[in-house]
Ligand binder design. Structure first.
Ligand SMILES: *[C@@H]1O[C@H](CO)[C@@H](O)[C@H](O)[C@H]1NC(C)=O
Ligand SMILES: *[C@@H]1O[C@H](CO)[C@@H](O)[C@H](O)[C@H]1NC(C)=O
Ligand SMILES: *[C@@H]1O[C@H](CO)[C@@H](O)[C@H](O)[C@H]1NC(C)=O
Ligand SMILES: *[C@@H]1O[C@H](CO)[C@@H](O)[C@H](O)[C@H]1NC(C)=O
Ligand SMILES: *[C@@H]1O[C@H](CO)[C@@H](O)[C@H](O)[C@H]1NC(C)=O
Ligand SMILES: *[C@@H]1O[C@H](CO)[C@@H](O)[C@H](O)[C@H]1NC(C)=O
Ligand SMILES: *[C@@H]1O[C@H](CO)[C@@H](O)[C@H](O)[C@H]1NC(C)=O
Ligand SMILES: *[C@@H]1O[C@H](CO)[C@@H](O)[C@H](O)[C@H]1NC(C)=O
Ligand SMILES: *[C@@H]1O[C@H](CO)[C@@H](O)[C@H](O)[C@H]1NC(C)=O
Length: 724
């Protein structure tokens, strides 16, 4: 679900220096609550030494800290456009000695989509404040294999030492000064050979996954001295992939007797057993996996034991998440990666993997015994009919790479899926005769959706996911059809309950346009849409009778059945390309070039004033432009060097011009509002609210409440802001 997006980046260096005085205005920012995450949570990490301390990392939306009431607090909302790739977290390490210390390996992509190198973000106050230590290579928080790990680990005996396993063949790195400076450990025999798909020309699947995990054997050392024994898992398929050092990382060798048939996803130490448990899958994850294994390595005897919970035709998946109960030596759990049908499964053993029980099993097909009660009260949209593909029903999930048992509470467990976090507080019930645990959605506070379209019609509820009340979770997910990604939305200016949306993939009929006539409560597919044509942008005419669809593959399509940037004149559509602005007066059938937009080369967004025909705003890479004559001529707004998302909202005074909101560079990059049609601006975001990559964000303003604005992000859900 974590959307893989090609980000259109801009060159900050080309922007003019600040020349324009803009004053700040205090805003209150809150998340629109979906309540269930909405994206992949690759791992959840408990502190082994401080009770109640745990963190979750996401692949595109930063990291979170767990609160005692099961809610989560975001740690990276300060991340702004210049540092957008900090929201991709490839690894997280909590310090077992100085538990206030926290480390993140950040960076989004190792291919060209992300031009930036990675960083280790360092906090000494549980994630409240951070310093960045730049790495001389890229980090791939949203790359294949992001659920392996952790690739970053703190030495439990000498916490100034950390190791980090890099991707792309950059090997193993070490710091001895709490992450401030790093150097490569060149003695590790392998920097990784596995590449998911060498033929992928985008570079996304054709990079080396590299070092997958680093696990210190805490039992091998003594407090205050570097831990001698360290295990490292490397993404190699069919050649040695688990290595050990017995001298603190100076020299390394392949662990004898290992089975390298599959990729090692997790290497988890059970200190009191002196055992290393390893989960394997035949793919790097998080989407793949058709075969796998689980092994136990007895460190004392150097003996490997295959403890795979299932075999034969029951084994059609790999294994990802692996947890040991630190209070109960020999108790461990492992999760499937991925059992797409009928659902994921989780296995538990209390005898070091000799015997297992599972979360569900077949009785007489298609009937299942589910040894759990399902509780999605915190995110009702997850069930009972929430589906990933639109064809089957899953409760336990998919992409389970993060599975953890609270080291201080054997009843408390959490796991991450492709969509949320589940877990519970009665895990020991599993071991009783009545075997039945409560599986509860526990992602409250995590808002990870990648928001690609956002509208705020003047009447009816606030769609996006149909939000009637912003503080309570949404109760329905757009369905019929259900898409993995809704890429754009529009509503009819004269009929606000009429909404059109377009999606990407997974509709059972292949049609990617849907219409709602009741503010998004129910939907019907637009049968006029061609099969298997996806993406792009969509607009609907003011009266809701014509849809204009700029597809990503088939040009601009018009559907008279159900037309729209002009809300008061039903026949007018606007378009822009390069430096040119176009007008159609015949419902999108023909377009005429009307005016040029300064020196712009990339128009971003066209917004019309719904109350004034011909009043149009266009944001571009070279500024913000305003026309009052249907695009016949444009005025460049003074002081705006570049603009991305823009929106018009309720005016400050009854007779006033609408409030203009813009994500823009106005004497500096930020989010701004103008109450005088662009003559003067206030900045409405602050240092604590950066909203990540600006080019990915969408903006919509409330026509009913002055100052109220929504920012849809790429990985941190939807924020709404109000004047304080
Ligand atoms: C990334 O690091 C490499 C190695 O130090 C350096 O050559 C390159 O310029 C860096 N890239 C960026 C965008 O800073
Ligand atoms: C290694 O693992 C594979 C897959 O589980 C298995 O078929 C094979 O027998 C194992 N090899 C050894 C030597 O145990
Ligand atoms: C691990 O090996 C040691 C030494 O041979 C042995 O005493 C111990 O029982 C083994 N543990 C398990 C769980 O097999
Ligand atoms: C476990 O409890 C749930 C909820 O009460 C129930 O639906 C389910 O059937 C129970 N499982 C078994 C195997 O009894
Ligand atoms: C879930 O799907 C089942 C089977 O299609 C249907 O009977 C049931 O009404 C649906 N439940 C909800 C809450 O939509
Ligand atoms: C270990 O697990 C089995 C199977 O679930 C269960 O019957 C047994 O009671 C458990 N033992 C303990 C000590 O929890
Ligand atoms: C749409 O794509 C699906 C899946 O690839 C395929 O089965 C179907 O035939 C396609 N439909 C058309 C009209 O091309
Ligand atoms: C809409 O625009 C068309 C073309 O400019 C014009 O002929 C028509 O009168 C306009 N309609 C309204 C209702 O303003
Ligand atoms: C359009 O007019 C309506 C009715 O006066 C008003 O409520 C709304 O805020 C206006 N919309 C904008 C964007 O100014």
């Amino acid at each position: 679900m974590a959307a893989l997006r090609h980000l259109s980046l801009f060159l900050a260096g080309l922007l003019c220096p600040a020349v324009f005085a803009v004053s700040p205005q205090a805003y209150t920012w809150r998340n629109v609550k979906i309540g269930g995450g909405g994206g992949f949570v690759p791992n959840i990490i408990f502190s082994p030494t401080e009770k109640g301390l745990a963190y979750a990392r996401t692949d595109i939306g930063g990291a979170y800290k767990l609160n005692s009431d099961d809610t989560w607090t975001p740690l990276l909302d300060w991340v702004d456009n210049t540092r957008w790739n900090y929201w991709g977290i490839d690894a997280l390490a909590t310090d077992p000695v100085d538990t206030n210390r926290l480390y993140l390996a950040t960076g989004m992509y190792t291919n060209s989509w992300d031009p930036n190198n990675g960083s280790i973000l360092i906090s000494a106050d549980y994630g409240s404040t951070w310093t960045a230590s730049p790495l001389p290579f890229k980090v791939g928080g949203n790359m294949p294999g992001r659920g392996m790990g952790e690739r970053l680990a703190v030495d439990p005996n000498s916490n100034n030492i950390l190791f980090f396993g890099a991707r792309s063949g950059h090997g193993l790195w070490k710091t001895t000064d709490y992450g401030a400076t790093w150097s490569q450990v060149t003695t590790l025999p392998s920097t990784g050979t596995y590449i998911p798909d060498p033929t992928d020309t985008s570079g996304y699947n054709s990079d080396i996954i590299g070092i997958a995990w680093v696990t210190f054997d805490s039992t091998s050392g003594s407090k205050g001295e570097a831990t001698p024994r360290i295990y490292v898992g490397v993404a190699n398929l069919g050649s040695d992939n688990i290595f050990v050092s017995n001298d603190g990382g100076a020299t390394w060798s392949a662990v004898a007797g290992q089975n390298s048939t599959y990729l090692p996803h997790k290497g988890v130490l059970s200190p009191s057993e002196k055992a290393l448990y390893v989960s394997y899958s035949d793919g790097a994850g998080p989407y793949d996996g058709t075969m796998g294994a689980v092994y136990r390595y007895n460190i004392s005897s150097s003996v490997w034991t295959d403890i795979t919970p299932v075999s034969g035709s029951d084994l059609y998946f790999g294994f990802g998440g692996l947890a040991v109960d630190l209070q109960r030596p020999g108790t461990l759990m492992v999760a499937t990666l991925n059992s797409w049908f009928p659902d994921a499964n989780i296995f538990r053993s209390n005898d070091s993997g000799q015997t297992w029980t599972r979360l569900w099993e077949w009785t007489a097909y298609p009937d299942m015994d589910k040894y759990y009660a399902y509780d999605d009260s915190l995110a009702p949209w997850l069930g009972p009919n929430y589906t990933y593909t639109g064809t089957d029903l899953k409760q336990i999930g998919w992409m389970i790479e993060g599975l953890s048992i609270d080291p201080h509470d054997s009843n408390h467990w959490l796991y991450g899926t492709g969509a949320t976090i589940y877990g519970g507080h009665d895990l020991l019930q599993w071991d009783t005769a009545a075997r039945n645990v409560t599986l509860k959605s526990l992602a409250d506070g995590i808002e990870e959706t990648a928001v690609q379209g956002l509208i705020s019609p003047p009447s009816g509820p606030i769609p996006g996911f149909v939000h009637d009340d912003l503080n309570t979770v949404r109760t329905t997910e757009y369905s019929n059809p259900t898409w993995t990604t809704t890429v754009d939305l529009d509503f009819a200016g004269n009929n606000p309950a009429t909404i059109v949306r377009i999606g990407n993939g997974d509709s059972s009929t292949g049609k990617q346009v849907a219409l709602s006539y009741d503010s998004g409560s129910t939907w019907t597919q637009d049968n006029g849409a061609a099969d298997n044509v996806t993406g792009g942008h969509v607009a609907i005419s003011a009266d809701g009778d014509t849809v204009l669809w700029s597809t990503s593959s088939n040009g601009i399509l018009v559907s008279p059945q159900t037309s729209a940037f002009s809300a008061k004149n039903n026949s007018i559509f606007y378009a822009a390309s390069g430096t040119q602005f176009y007008l159609s007066r015949d419902t999108g059938k023909t377009f005429t070039a009307t005016a040029t937009l300064g020196s712009s080369t990339a128009p971003v967004k066209i917004v019309v004033n719904p109350n004034l025909t011909g009043d149009v705003w266009v944001s571009t890479d070279k500024g913000l432009f305003h026309s009052t004559n249907s695009g016949g001529t444009f005025t460049a707004i003074s002081g705006v060097n570049q603009a991305w998302a823009i929106a018009l909202g309720k005016a400050q005074s009854p007779e006033g011009y609408p409030a203009v909101f813009a994500a823009a560079n106005i004497g500096g990059m930020g989010y701004f509002r103008s109450d005088d049609a662009g003559a003067t601006w206030v900045q409405i975001n602050d240092a604590a609210h950066g909203f990540g990559s600006v080019s990915s964000n969408v903006l919509t303003a409330d026509p009913r409440t002055y100052g109220h604005v929504y920012i849809g992000t790429n990985g941190r859900g939807i924020f709404y802001g109000d004047i304080q």
